[in-house]
Design a protein around this ligand. Sequence first.
Ligand SMILES: [Ca+2]
Ligand SMILES: [Ca+2]
Ligand SMILES: [Ca+2]
Length: 892
Amino acid sequence: MSKRLIYLLSFAFVLALAGTNVVFGDTVWEGRIEDDLDDVEEEPSGSMYIDSSDLELPNDGGLQVIGLRFLKVRVPKDATVSKAYLEFTVDEIESPEAVNLIIEGELSPNAREFSNSNNDVSDRTRTMERVIWQPEHWPTIGEIHQSSDISAVIEEIVSQDGWRSGNSLVIIIYDDPDNPSLGNRCVEAGPGDDSAMLHIEWTLGNAKRPHPPNGAIEVSRDVVLNWEPGVFAPPANGHRVYISENFDDVNDGIGGITQSASSYAPPERFDFDTTYYWRVDEVNAPPDSSVHKGKVWSFKTELLAYQVKDIIATASSSGREDMGPENTINGSGLDANDLHSTEVTDMWLSGSEPGGAWIEYELDKVYKLHELSIWNSNQMVDPLIGFGLKEVSIDYSLDGTDYTTLGITECAQAPGASDYAYNTAIDFGGAGAKYVKLTANSNWGGLLDLYGLSEVRFLYIPVNAREPYPASGATDVDINVALDWRAGRESVTHDVYLSDDEQAVMDGTASGQTVTETGYGPLSLDLGKDYYWKVNEVNEAEDITTWGSDVWSFTTQEFLVVDDFEDYNDYEPYTVYLAWLDGYGVPTNGSTVGYPNPNFFNDEHFVETAIVHGGEQAMPLFYSNTAGASYSEAERTFAVGQDWTKAGIQTLVLYFHGTAGNTGQLYVKVNGSKVVYDGDAADIQRARWKQWNIDLASLGVNLQSVTTMGIGIDDNGASGTLYIDDIRLYASAPEIVVPSEEIWLEAEAADTITAPMEVYDDSAASGGKCIGTTDDVGNSSDTPPAPDGTASYTFTVAGGTYKLSCRIIIPSGDSFWVRIPGATTQTTNHGSGWVRWSDPPNSNNWYWHDVFSAEDDGETVLFTMDPGTYTLEIGYREDAALMDAIVISKID
Ligand SMILES: [Ca+2]
Ligand SMILES: [Ca+2]
Ligand SMILES: [Ca+2]
């Protein structure tokens, strides 16, 4: 059993720069395009040009999109990128007019390789960060030129969850649509020592992850600023904080406060409704004392009071149907500057009411009211006739029954002209109210018994808990979540109610917990469960002591991950074979974890990257119970015992993928207790993912501290290859639906195959063979190809409704024609019973897909058959489409 050799990458290097203008701790990484596949041109049609010898920026018979993939980028997660650029070598002299390019990155923590699939550059998810590059004319072939600085793009890529030093990243370059290029530039493509190079200077020395986050709004005046310190900052005096309402003062480093803690509590509260700028420089310990200058961050503080949005208005009467009371709370007639119109249908007007009229507002809940702004009736005739309210009694209530009089006030008259700003403000002094009633004793004209208003606005003090974390309705919430919320203003303590019983939380009968800080947890919740919670904000010194929040909800994660194989890479100690110990050095154990000798330069890895159940990686497990080996097993040891009894855990689930010819008995061991696979023995020979649910109670061992898990294969002489992925723990595992009847066909085992359909060898195919056509036979897109170009299979069914799944490779476009003479289908047929199976997802790796009908919105084709023997025919449709295996399964 050979062991692994880590290749040192000759083209990439890491060095610490010496020199006066580079801060200690800055590091440089450089890498070039090494393979044709890694710099590609996507043509305007979407088709991919992989192996061009040069790259036109951006015009090659049309505007193209360039993709550059750099491998093994040795920049750690969350590095601050101080400088980054692309470097190109001029290949041809092109038209000298202006060229305007956008440079973005793919927002992937480990960018996959390019394929022939259409739009494989432009379809990729992009970084938020983008950079404009306007290269000058390049008059000399062979000259080297650098792009504009792309450090923001690189920093966004390496800050993603899942990024790890050594992963791959993709840079995307295209014409700036807002400023189209007139000229063109042309650079050398890879491979070669003149291919595109990526240069990155990074450091872990900077402050990062500011709180409040950069650009935050509505920030509490009491906020304590904090950040994650740079790695070189010493415990004492390692940070210098600049903060001001003036950007330039901060940017220029005026003032500054030296801090030892990575946080800063200002001596006075921040002002309401104000933007603050701040920056943290990380200062190395003496004698070096060099400074990692931080970026300027900003945040904006909260308002004094906020607008109540959800209001119902009623009135004693309305003179016209289109002049109802709702016109005073729906924003009608207000412009962006809160100036009101003179349109009568933007206002309320009462009917004739000799005794005075009233209008009442019901807020969606009790608020601590700060102020009521009033726009009076503003009809053009108002200065003459005076519908506007004059003497008004203002009454409020918590319940709509018992009212308190705030006072009697005179509302200012409106000008009867457009652009009317409110001119009456009623101070509520923090009274708690859900209902507010305005009773008009007089109007400004005194001529007619008609009363009108244009608009009102209620402002409240936010005393309720709000902004829950997790957000209400969130799913897949960590079972150890710490609940958090924005505290109500003036609150002293917080009563938290949490339960899986919604009514108990609403009623406040769920057991409560009083906390003095905003935050509750970390909790220890059950998997896959709905939870409800609310927070009552309490201040015994206030008139109203308790303010309740809305009832919020969230659902916890369905499962815990034991191993999904996503975290391994090709660098020790992060390799899969160091986590899952195989039979290396153990003669009785015939297992090998991971590919023994991957060619890293050919994008091969220790882990499997094509046959995966979830994510991008799976574990290949090779086994051979021969030559002295009596079993094959891979074992993972957990340094800290895992509790598999918590959170309602009942079931261990793993997914395995078989290979044709596999033999032996699959088993799993937990803490040494073995359970054998009791599904269909053929499953380990099937080239598809199979879910295995293991009832943990059946293991009969203590699972409070699981320290080992093994996956193995018994039986003398057994051998083969399994792929393992997504080992999970569930409280309630997904059910495994096994069809009552399933017929497995190897595509190459057809009764007859007629040209141009042929059998091909493919080591990744089930049984090592598949069928299809080469990419030069032309397509058979519109009409079924029979009698030429088909493969036929005889099979027998018990009768019922069936579907077909096939293991295929469809590099692009269509797939196959399919028919079963004598079966009926619910979808469109062509000729004599052929179904057009078009446009399944495209890939260059094997994958399973159900046969569906392109004409019927991609509906899965259902074949209804009486008991008996039938012939399945597969006809070629798109050249280069391949088929490996076919499963006919009964669904009804
Ligand atoms: Ca209005
Ligand atoms: Ca995986
Ligand atoms: Ca096959």
